[in-house]
Design a binder for this molecule. Structure first.
Ligand SMILES: [Zn+2]
Length: 153
């Protein structure tokens, strides 16, 4: 079930581009079967079989270097280091993507609690979840799997 963000939710970060220059990207997504062949088992599991890495397991959770985080499957630029913050959760956390178009949302359920899953808008790979307890300026917390991201300085 696709979840559409409410207009109020969207306004929080609709106009927010966290970086002045976003690397150019042309989406050329492959099929899930192809990704199974080219991605490592752990990346495929998180991104295409709704897996979640254990908290504090991925080195990117406390990465503080300046750079860009790319989709581990298709290479789309997704998040900038300037939007990263230390959430204490053990997962890389951002208050906004590089641009609103980078991600899609879908409602899923954990036990009986509805949550909003975040996917890469190009390859539809699962990245993590978004919560509304983040810091200013958006008050969103994009809680991502480090496994689904590639960092480049
Ligand atoms: Zn992608």
């Amino acid at each position: 079930m696709k979840k559409k963000l409410t207009p109020k939710e969207k306004n929080h970060y609709r106009t927010l581009e966290t970086r002045e220059i976003i690397p150019e990207f042309i989406c050329n997504a492959r099929g899930k079967e192809e990704y199974e062949d080219i991605l490592t088992e752990s990346v495929f599991k998180v991104m295409f079989k709704d897996g979640t890495e254990p908290a504090f397991s991925h080195p990117l959770h406390n990465n503080k270097e300046e750079g860009i985080y790319y989709c581990a499957a298709c290479g789309q630029p997704l998040f900038g280091s300037e939007a990263k913050f230390d959430s204490g959760t053990g997962w890389p956390s951002f208050f906004a993507p590089l641009a609103p178009e980078c991600v899609d949302f879908e409602e899923d359920y954990f036990l009986i609690m509805p949550r909003t899953a975040v996917m890469c808008s190009c390859c539809n790979g699962h990245l993590g979840h978004v919560f509304d307890d983040g810091p200013a300026p958006t008050f969103f917390r994009f809680c991502m799997n480090g496994t689904a991201l590639n960092f480049k300085k």
